[in-house]
Write a protein that binds this ligand. Structure first.
Ligand SMILES: [Zn+2]
Length: 131
């Protein structure tokens, strides 16, 4: 069973600067799937021993795993969202959440929440907001 080993080497042939790296990988995957199909076909025809069948199948599956890993790597490189371990950036210091108080322009009373009208004197709290 030498034929399939030659086939696998052919799949390994480097391709110079493919237009789309994914297309190149798709072609490699297609070739591997085809190899698996042929392998099963010949196995069913009793052309292959169990040993040859299994070892060749494992080789092809390994090749397929490599292509898939390469695909993931490319996706990561192209910035596509993949499960990638990014060093967690330290969160920027949170802006002081409650420090700002709302002061009544009329009487100077301070409130935690923005109010339309002052709770003390009842006058509009902000002239700009009432516009
Ligand atoms: Zn007031």
């Amino acid at each position: 069973m030498v034929g399939y080993l030659i086939f696998i080497r052919a799949v390994d042939l480097p391709t110079a600067a493919p237009v789309s790296p994914f297309r190149h990988l798709d072609e490699r995957k297609a070739a591997i799937y085809e190899g698996l199909r042929d392998l099963q076909f010949e196995y069913r025809l009793d052309k292959l021993s169990d040993e040859d069948y299994n070892s060749t199948k494992i080789e092809l599956q390994k090749e397929l795993a490599k292509v898939r890993a390469e695909e993931d790597r490319l996706k990561a490189e192209l910035g596509q969202p993949v499960a990638k371990t990014v060093a967690a950036k330290p969160a920027p210091p949170a802006p002081a959440p409650v420090a700002q108080k709302h002061t009544c322009p009329t009487c100077g009373a301070q409130f935690e929440k923005a109010l339309k009208f002052c709770g003390e004197c009842g006058k509009p709290m902000s002239e700009t907001e009432t516009a």
